[in-house]
Design a binder for this molecule. Structure first.
Ligand code: FE2
Length: 485
């Protein structure tokens, strides 16, 4: 076993070289092959010759490579505490191999291969078991109270070229396990590092979550903790680089800079990420046949003009006339008189009034249902338009191969006493953009027939359209009770 130890040590001792490594590897192979036979049949001359050959190779390898950490440990223990030379080598070797293996992978691979295994430490352990080799310094006369002193003596002698840096703590632990005879385990430094990395990341998240523990508002605490959890998970899942973090900050800064009283880039961002639609979905739980809600969008304006039933919301906006009528009822089918209906839409060029530089008010108005819950008005046949895409959100869509186009739609906001407010649109059946609406606002129940009327077709209210085409749509609105909101 002393010879085997010198062969292993020759793989990383200060004078290790490739020729020597070949001799040492052959030495390990022959010793491992011959020793079990000698244990079984002490008189086997062939096995003894084989082991003698291995011992010779170990001596050649040691003479060239010199003494490493293993040899230093054994000679300190032998010299200072009179431990038996060969048995001490046998006890210490597995612990030194386990200590160095991960830091000397090619040496470990050679040892494993020469011992007929895949893991050097495990293969050596099997050989020790097969041979009944000594395993504990305490069995050789070492006193536990001398381990601290021994540690200091060895530390002073460890060659600086050892493949793994040796701290006093490392060395003390190595001697302790050699003293006790515990099974050595190779340290998987790669796995240790991975576990440490995960521990650091999880600890940081936990620390931030804990920082909200004294928030006086329970709801704020819940929201901030959930936001923190998801934000940290995002950073960890994507392994977000610092450059990407800077790009993200720059993007949000640009979203802020372009936002003003008329341009709300943050809502656009929320819209194109589906966050607006998801918030609406969460907050407008399904209730019977109640009309589905959809995105509010950035173009609603307070204090729109009032029109009477049958009036026109278009104002100065251009487009094909469109007649919309319907009823507002509650979930039981009862009419809702006096419901306020806000309606707004883009013109035929795809712009809302607020997107023009003047202060025009066009394509928006509000009206009130009659005693039967009925309503009717003129507007413009909805046409597709892009969301404003000359800013950071537009660049995001371009960078991700997405279209800025919204499916053609007409906005509604309906409010009535005792009813859940409804913000929704109706969409035009047949519009090719229904399946790629950039803000994810389309709900199948909101797609309506906008029936085109040939020129000259009489209008519901007798209005003269001068021979132009027009369209008409019906939209019956069902409001959920306020209690379910
Ligand atoms: Fe819109």
């Amino acid at each position: 076993m002393n010879a085997l130890a010198h062969c292993v040590e020759a793989l990383w001792a200060p004078g290790a070289d490739p020729i020597n490594a070949a001799l040492a590897t052959e030495g390990i192979r022959t010793l491992a092959a011959g020793l079990p036979t000698i244990v079984d049949t002490p008189g086997d001359i062939g096995a003894r010759e084989q082991v003698l050959y291995g011992a010779y190779l170990s001596a050649v390898a040691f003479a060239s490579a010199g003494a490493g950490i293993h040899h230093k440990i054994c000679h300190v223990l032998g010299g200072a505490y009179h431990l038996p030379h060969a048995k001490t080598h046998a006890v210490v070797l597995p612990h030194v191999l386990a200590f160095n293996a991960a830091s000397a992978p090619s040496a470990a691979a050679r040892v494993a291969g020469a011992l007929g295994g895949t893991d050097a430490v495990e293969a050596l352990d099997r050989l020790y078991t097969r041979l009944g080799a000594p395993t504990a310094l305490k069995d050789l006369g070492m006193a536990e109270e001398n381990l601290d002193e021994a540690t200091d003596l060895v530390l002073a002698a460890v060659p600086p070229s050892n493949p793994r840096p040796v701290t006093r703590g490392d060395l003390r632990a190595l001697l302790q396990s050699a003293f006790a005879g515990s099974t050595p385990r190779a340290r998987d430094t790669a796995r240790d590092a991975r576990e440490e990395q995960v521990r650091r990341e999880e600890e940081l998240t936990a620390t931030v979550l804990a920082s909200f523990r004294d928030a006086p508002d329970e709801r704020l605490k819940t929201v901030m903790r959930s936001l923190t959890s998801h934000l940290h998970a995002f950073v960890r899942d994507t392994r977000l680089t610092e450059k990407e973090w800077h790009a993200g900050i720059g993007f949000l800064t640009a979203v802020g800079h372009i936002t003003d009283a008329k341009r709300q880039e943050f809502i656009l961002l929320s819209d194109v990420l589906g966050a607006s639609m998801q918030t609406i979905t969460v907050n407008n739980e399904a209730h019977g046949d109640a009309t589905e809600a959809t995105v509010f969008g950035p173009f609603f304006v307070e204090d729109s003009p009032r029109i009477e039933l049958g009036g026109d919301i278009a104002g100065a906006a251009n487009g094909e006339p469109c007649w919309v009528d319907g009823t507002v009822t509650d979930a039981d089918g009862a009419p809702v008189p006096g419901a306020r209906i806000e309606v707004w839409e883009a013109d035929a060029d795809g712009f809302y009034d607020v997107q023009y530089d003047d202060d025009r008010v066009a394509g928006r108005a509000h009206l009130v249902t009659d005693d039967d819950g009925a309503y009717r008005f003129w507007c413009l046949t909805p046409t597709p338009y892009p969301i404003p895409h000359d800013g950071p959100v537009g660049r995001l869509l371009a960078a991700t191969g997405r279209s800025p186009m919204r499916a053609s739609h007409l906005h509604f906001m309906v409010t009535a006493e005792g009813r859940r407010p409804l913000v929704t649109h109706i969409f035009v059946r047949g519009d090719e953009l229904l399946h790629s609406d950039t803000v994810f606002g389309v709900r199948p129940s909101l797609v309506k027939d906008f029936v085109r009327q040939p020129p000259g077709t009489s209008t519901p209210d007798g209005r003269d359209l001068g021979g132009r085409t027009w369209s008409r749509a019906r939209f019956d609105i069902v409001l959920a009770p306020a209690a379910s909101a």
